[in-house]
Ligand binder design. Structure first.
Ligand code: 13P
Ligand code: SF4
Length: 321
């Protein structure tokens, strides 16, 4: 505990001294989110993190999240230093979609509009016509479908299937998955719901279709927190990374929150519904990013890739505005 206090104090000083701001995703550990709050930083979903970093005056952005979030920040703010607590924080969706194979897939379907999830590398974004996050995917695809566009979607198969179902658009779909959300189990969830018949079920759309089908609310992390506040139910069963409980509980202190089951027997597997890459963003790693040579932590995106990736990213931001 003493070490934690010391690190928190040092990080707070260094953020100030270096004109840096801490931007954290909801899936980081609760103490990291608390640190972002106490230092005037930000916690949000992946779209909000990107927007916040772009408009903030700080010269250095510390992105506590996973690599694609750091890259997105750099693409939008090339003049800033974008540091990550560790450059090893990956995302299984990003890893499932290597640029070479993805580019070949796109080349096979030149008549398709390429829509990629934000959980992808800068190179994959550079190959896309549109980037979307889970908070805006439905609206963008609805818009493209209404224009009669043929759509190629990557990489999350569950989010892709959910978008198809909701919009009626038919898309060519890449078959990637999030290793965290893919683990939620519908049968065990049904049993849990039977034990709590008055509970509402909240689900992130990276979860399997059978889990989404049981949801009272489906959406991005921020959308789920809003739903938690708005739904009348006092008990909430939540199918997303457990990092979200920090802000969700703050938003509705009177509600009871239960983690959705990731094990078939109905027991919640505490180590499963937490992204291992998000968990790498500890206090020591944040301190290292601020105190070591920046090189070991700095996100770099090659300029020609950055300029290409900026086009579909700006399309999304303009669409969202
Ligand atoms: P959000 O855009 O909902 O924050 O999701 C990002 C993510 O990585 C979900 O697993
Ligand atoms: Fe990627 Fe899933 Fe981790 Fe989100 S929770 S960063 S989608 S692996």
């Amino acid at each position: 505990a003493a070490r934690k206090q010391e690190l928190t104090a040092r990080i707070t000083e260094l953020l100030k001294a270096k004109n840096a701001v801490l931007i954290a995703h909801y899936y980081t550990d609760h103490e990291i989110q608390a640190l972002a709050e106490s230092t005037g930083g930000f916690i949000g979903d992946s779209l909000e993190m990107a927007k916040f970093g772009k408009q903030h005056q700080a010269q250095t952005l510390i992105i506590a999240g996973v690599r694609f979030m750091g890259e997105t920040a750099k693409i939008l703010s090339p003049e800033k230093h974008v540091l990550m607590p560790t450059l090893q924080a990956e995302c299984s969706l990003d890893l499932s979609c290597p640029i070479k194979e993805f580019s070949a897939f796109c080349d096979e379907h030149p008549d398709h509009t390429v829509v990629v999830y934000a959980n992808t590398s800068a190179a994959v974004k550079a190959r896309a016509d549109w980037v979307v996050t889970s908070s805006i995917a439905l609206e963008v695809v609805e818009h493209l479908d209404a224009e009669g566009k043929k759509i190629l979607w990557a990489p999350d198969r569950h989010l892709g299937a959910y978008i198809e179902k909701k919009t009626g658009a038919k898309m060519l779909r890449w078959q990637g998955a999030c290793i965290v959300h893919d683990e939620f189990k519908a049968k065990a969830l049904a049993r849990l719901k039977a034990e709590h018949p008055d509970a509402a079920i909240l689900v992130h759309p990276e979860s399997p279709a059978a889990v989404i089908d049981m949801a009272d609310a489906v959406g991005s992390t921020t959308q789920l927190i809003k739903a938690a506040q708005q739904l009348p139910q006092k008990t909430l069963i939540v199918a997303t990374d457990r990092g979200i409980f920090y802000k969700m509980q703050q938003a509705c202190p009177d509600k009871v929150m239960i983690e959705a089951p990731t094990g078939g027997d109905g027991a919640t597997c505490r180590s499963c519904a937490h992204c291992p890459w998000m968990a790498m963003n500890g206090l020591e790693a944040i301190y290292a990013a601020l105190s070591e040579q920046a090189d070991a932590h700095e996100i770099k995106v090659e300029e020609s890739t950055r300029l290409k990736a900026l086009i579909p990213l700006n399309r999304m931001l303009d669409f969202a505005a």
